[in-house]
Design a protein around this ligand. Structure first.
Ligand code: FE
Length: 242
Protein backbone atom coordinates (compact mmCIF):
# COMPACT_ATOMS: atom_id res chain seq x y z
CA UNK A 1 0.00 0.00 0.00
CA UNK A 2 2.99 2.26 0.49
CA UNK A 3 3.07 2.74 -3.26
CA UNK A 4 0.06 5.02 -3.07
CA UNK A 5 0.54 6.71 0.27
CA UNK A 6 0.95 10.43 -0.16
CA UNK A 7 2.44 12.78 2.36
CA UNK A 8 -0.24 13.67 4.91
CA UNK A 9 -0.86 17.36 5.28
CA UNK A 10 -2.98 18.89 8.00
CA UNK A 11 -6.02 20.51 6.41
CA UNK A 12 -5.63 23.87 8.06
CA UNK A 13 -1.90 23.93 7.48
CA UNK A 14 -2.57 23.03 3.90
CA UNK A 15 -5.06 25.85 3.49
CA UNK A 16 -2.71 28.38 5.01
CA UNK A 17 0.24 27.26 2.97
CA UNK A 18 -1.64 26.95 -0.29
CA UNK A 19 -2.31 30.63 -0.51
CA UNK A 20 1.16 31.68 0.47
CA UNK A 21 3.46 29.43 -1.47
CA UNK A 22 3.20 26.09 -3.21
CA UNK A 23 6.87 25.66 -2.52
CA UNK A 24 6.03 25.21 1.13
CA UNK A 25 4.90 21.69 0.32
CA UNK A 26 8.17 20.38 -0.98
CA UNK A 27 8.94 17.48 1.29
CA UNK A 28 12.09 15.76 2.30
CA UNK A 29 12.79 12.48 0.50
CA UNK A 30 12.01 9.38 2.57
CA UNK A 31 14.78 8.01 4.70
CA UNK A 32 16.70 5.09 3.26
CA UNK A 33 15.17 1.85 4.40
CA UNK A 34 11.72 3.30 4.98
CA UNK A 35 8.82 1.82 3.08
CA UNK A 36 8.56 4.96 0.99
CA UNK A 37 12.19 4.70 -0.05
CA UNK A 38 11.52 1.66 -2.21
CA UNK A 39 8.96 3.43 -4.33
CA UNK A 40 9.84 3.86 -7.94
CA UNK A 41 7.58 6.80 -8.62
CA UNK A 42 7.99 10.40 -7.66
CA UNK A 43 5.76 11.83 -4.97
CA UNK A 44 3.58 14.69 -6.03
CA UNK A 45 5.08 17.15 -3.60
CA UNK A 46 3.21 20.22 -4.80
CA UNK A 47 -0.61 20.21 -4.84
CA UNK A 48 -2.27 20.27 -8.23
CA UNK A 49 -3.43 23.57 -9.75
CA UNK A 50 -7.03 22.62 -9.10
CA UNK A 51 -6.35 21.86 -5.45
CA UNK A 52 -4.53 25.13 -5.00
CA UNK A 53 -7.35 27.02 -6.67
CA UNK A 54 -9.97 25.40 -4.42
CA UNK A 55 -7.96 26.14 -1.32
CA UNK A 56 -7.32 29.72 -2.39
CA UNK A 57 -11.03 30.29 -2.98
CA UNK A 58 -11.87 28.69 0.35
CA UNK A 59 -9.36 30.93 2.09
CA UNK A 60 -10.78 34.04 0.45
CA UNK A 61 -14.33 33.11 1.43
CA UNK A 62 -13.23 32.59 5.00
CA UNK A 63 -11.27 35.84 5.04
CA UNK A 64 -14.27 37.78 3.71
CA UNK A 65 -16.51 36.22 6.30
CA UNK A 66 -18.72 34.54 3.72
CA UNK A 67 -17.99 31.06 5.01
CA UNK A 68 -17.62 29.99 8.60
CA UNK A 69 -14.36 28.12 9.14
CA UNK A 70 -15.82 26.15 12.04
CA UNK A 71 -18.72 25.02 9.87
CA UNK A 72 -16.34 23.85 7.17
CA UNK A 73 -14.30 21.93 9.69
CA UNK A 74 -17.44 20.37 11.14
CA UNK A 75 -18.49 19.13 7.70
CA UNK A 76 -15.06 17.71 6.93
CA UNK A 77 -14.82 16.15 10.38
CA UNK A 78 -18.20 14.48 9.90
CA UNK A 79 -17.06 12.79 6.71
CA UNK A 80 -13.59 11.99 7.99
CA UNK A 81 -14.33 10.64 11.44
CA UNK A 82 -18.06 10.23 12.03
CA UNK A 83 -19.34 8.84 8.76
CA UNK A 84 -16.08 7.43 7.55
CA UNK A 85 -16.57 3.93 6.27
CA UNK A 86 -18.85 2.94 9.14
CA UNK A 87 -22.05 3.30 7.15
CA UNK A 88 -20.73 1.03 4.45
CA UNK A 89 -19.60 -1.46 7.09
CA UNK A 90 -23.13 -1.56 8.50
CA UNK A 91 -24.49 -2.42 5.07
CA UNK A 92 -21.91 -5.15 4.56
CA UNK A 93 -22.54 -6.72 7.96
CA UNK A 94 -26.29 -6.66 7.40
CA UNK A 95 -25.83 -8.38 4.05
CA UNK A 96 -23.67 -11.05 5.68
CA UNK A 97 -26.32 -11.97 8.25
CA UNK A 98 -29.46 -11.37 6.21
CA UNK A 99 -29.61 -13.09 2.82
CA UNK A 100 -32.77 -11.25 1.80
CA UNK A 101 -31.13 -7.91 2.56
CA UNK A 102 -28.11 -8.94 0.54
CA UNK A 103 -30.30 -9.74 -2.43
CA UNK A 104 -31.92 -6.33 -2.18
CA UNK A 105 -28.55 -4.65 -1.70
CA UNK A 106 -27.14 -6.18 -4.86
CA UNK A 107 -30.26 -5.39 -6.84
CA UNK A 108 -30.99 -1.90 -5.53
CA UNK A 109 -28.28 -0.47 -3.29
CA UNK A 110 -29.98 2.89 -3.00
CA UNK A 111 -33.13 1.28 -1.63
CA UNK A 112 -31.12 -0.95 0.68
CA UNK A 113 -29.28 2.09 1.99
CA UNK A 114 -32.55 3.81 2.74
CA UNK A 115 -33.70 0.74 4.67
CA UNK A 116 -31.04 1.38 7.28
CA UNK A 117 -31.47 5.12 7.23
CA UNK A 118 -28.78 6.06 4.73
CA UNK A 119 -29.46 8.42 1.89
CA UNK A 120 -27.69 11.60 1.04
CA UNK A 121 -25.66 13.61 -1.39
CA UNK A 122 -23.66 11.57 -3.90
CA UNK A 123 -25.31 8.38 -2.76
CA UNK A 124 -28.10 8.31 -5.28
CA UNK A 125 -26.62 5.83 -7.71
CA UNK A 126 -24.57 3.34 -5.79
CA UNK A 127 -24.00 -0.14 -7.14
CA UNK A 128 -22.78 -2.92 -4.86
CA UNK A 129 -20.46 -5.59 -6.25
CA UNK A 130 -20.11 -8.93 -4.50
CA UNK A 131 -16.71 -10.51 -4.07
CA UNK A 132 -16.42 -14.28 -4.03
CA UNK A 133 -13.82 -17.03 -4.11
CA UNK A 134 -13.33 -16.68 -7.86
CA UNK A 135 -14.26 -13.06 -8.49
CA UNK A 136 -12.66 -10.01 -6.94
CA UNK A 137 -13.99 -6.53 -7.63
CA UNK A 138 -11.94 -3.40 -7.19
CA UNK A 139 -13.04 0.20 -7.62
CA UNK A 140 -11.20 3.16 -9.07
CA UNK A 141 -12.06 6.52 -10.54
CA UNK A 142 -9.74 6.91 -13.50
CA UNK A 143 -10.89 10.45 -14.20
CA UNK A 144 -10.77 12.01 -10.74
CA UNK A 145 -11.96 10.76 -7.38
CA UNK A 146 -15.65 9.75 -7.59
CA UNK A 147 -16.44 7.86 -4.42
CA UNK A 148 -19.54 6.88 -2.42
CA UNK A 149 -19.17 9.52 0.30
CA UNK A 150 -22.36 8.74 2.24
CA UNK A 151 -21.19 5.21 2.95
CA UNK A 152 -17.39 5.45 2.87
CA UNK A 153 -16.67 8.99 4.00
CA UNK A 154 -13.86 10.90 2.30
CA UNK A 155 -11.69 9.04 -0.19
CA UNK A 156 -8.18 8.18 0.93
CA UNK A 157 -5.36 10.16 -0.63
CA UNK A 158 -4.06 7.18 -2.57
CA UNK A 159 -7.47 6.70 -4.21
CA UNK A 160 -7.09 10.14 -5.77
CA UNK A 161 -3.46 9.64 -6.77
CA UNK A 162 -2.43 9.35 -10.40
CA UNK A 163 -0.53 6.08 -9.90
CA UNK A 164 -3.57 4.31 -8.44
CA UNK A 165 -5.99 5.77 -10.96
CA UNK A 166 -3.89 4.74 -13.92
CA UNK A 167 -2.37 1.49 -12.77
CA UNK A 168 -5.50 -0.02 -11.23
CA UNK A 169 -6.87 -0.54 -14.71
CA UNK A 170 -3.58 -1.45 -16.41
CA UNK A 171 -2.28 -3.89 -13.82
CA UNK A 172 -4.89 -4.51 -11.13
CA UNK A 173 -3.26 -7.74 -9.94
CA UNK A 174 0.05 -5.97 -9.45
CA UNK A 175 -1.60 -3.04 -7.70
CA UNK A 176 -3.47 -5.33 -5.32
CA UNK A 177 -0.22 -7.14 -4.58
CA UNK A 178 1.28 -3.82 -3.54
CA UNK A 179 -1.63 -3.40 -1.14
CA UNK A 180 -0.63 -6.75 0.34
CA UNK A 181 -3.40 -8.64 -1.40
CA UNK A 182 -2.04 -11.50 -3.50
CA UNK A 183 -4.85 -13.16 -5.45
CA UNK A 184 -4.52 -16.57 -7.07
CA UNK A 185 -4.21 -16.58 -10.85
CA UNK A 186 -7.60 -18.23 -11.23
CA UNK A 187 -9.39 -15.38 -9.44
CA UNK A 188 -10.95 -13.02 -11.95
CA UNK A 189 -10.35 -9.37 -11.13
CA UNK A 190 -13.01 -6.91 -12.24
CA UNK A 191 -12.11 -3.24 -12.19
CA UNK A 192 -14.97 -0.75 -11.97
CA UNK A 193 -14.55 2.87 -12.97
CA UNK A 194 -16.64 5.18 -10.79
CA UNK A 195 -18.24 8.20 -12.34
CA UNK A 196 -20.33 11.13 -11.18
CA UNK A 197 -23.41 9.06 -12.03
CA UNK A 198 -22.50 5.63 -10.65
CA UNK A 199 -20.36 4.93 -7.61
CA UNK A 200 -19.44 1.44 -6.52
CA UNK A 201 -19.14 -0.34 -3.21
CA UNK A 202 -17.54 -3.75 -2.89
CA UNK A 203 -19.29 -6.33 -0.74
CA UNK A 204 -16.29 -8.25 0.59
CA UNK A 205 -16.36 -11.92 1.50
CA UNK A 206 -17.32 -12.71 5.06
CA UNK A 207 -14.18 -14.02 6.77
CA UNK A 208 -13.95 -17.64 7.82
CA UNK A 209 -14.29 -18.06 11.55
CA UNK A 210 -16.76 -15.20 11.93
CA UNK A 211 -19.85 -17.41 12.09
CA UNK A 212 -20.42 -16.77 15.81
CA UNK A 213 -20.16 -12.97 15.59
CA UNK A 214 -23.07 -10.59 15.91
CA UNK A 215 -23.95 -8.14 13.14
CA UNK A 216 -22.39 -5.34 15.15
CA UNK A 217 -19.18 -7.28 15.72
CA UNK A 218 -19.06 -8.15 12.03
CA UNK A 219 -19.41 -4.50 11.07
CA UNK A 220 -16.38 -3.72 13.22
CA UNK A 221 -14.27 -6.02 11.03
CA UNK A 222 -15.12 -4.30 7.77
CA UNK A 223 -12.45 -1.90 6.59
CA UNK A 224 -12.70 0.96 4.13
CA UNK A 225 -10.18 -0.71 1.84
CA UNK A 226 -12.17 -3.93 1.76
CA UNK A 227 -15.13 -1.97 0.40
CA UNK A 228 -12.94 -0.40 -2.29
CA UNK A 229 -11.58 -3.84 -3.10
CA UNK A 230 -7.94 -3.34 -2.20
CA UNK A 231 -8.13 -5.62 0.83
CA UNK A 232 -10.04 -8.55 2.22
CA UNK A 233 -11.76 -8.68 5.58
CA UNK A 234 -10.23 -10.82 8.29
CA UNK A 235 -10.91 -11.26 11.98
CA UNK A 236 -8.91 -8.18 12.98
CA UNK A 237 -11.24 -5.33 13.93
CA UNK A 238 -10.89 -2.43 11.49
CA UNK A 239 -10.01 -0.03 14.29
CA UNK A 240 -7.00 -2.11 15.30
CA UNK A 241 -5.39 -2.10 11.88
CA UNK A 242 -2.72 0.38 11.01
FE1 FE B 1 -14.13 10.97 -10.26
Amino acid sequence: MAEFEAVPVDRRGFLKGAVSSAAAFVVEPPAAGSSDAVQDHTHQVVPSDLTLRVKAIESLLVDKGLVDRAALDAIVDAFETKIGPRNGARMVARAWVDAAYKTRLLRDATGAMAEIGLASYQGEDIVVLENGPKVHNVVVCTLCSCYPWPILGLPPVWYKSAPYRSRAVIDPRGVLREFGLALADDVEIRVWDSTAEIRYLVLPERPAGSEHLTEEALAALVTRDSMIGTAKVDLTPAGERR
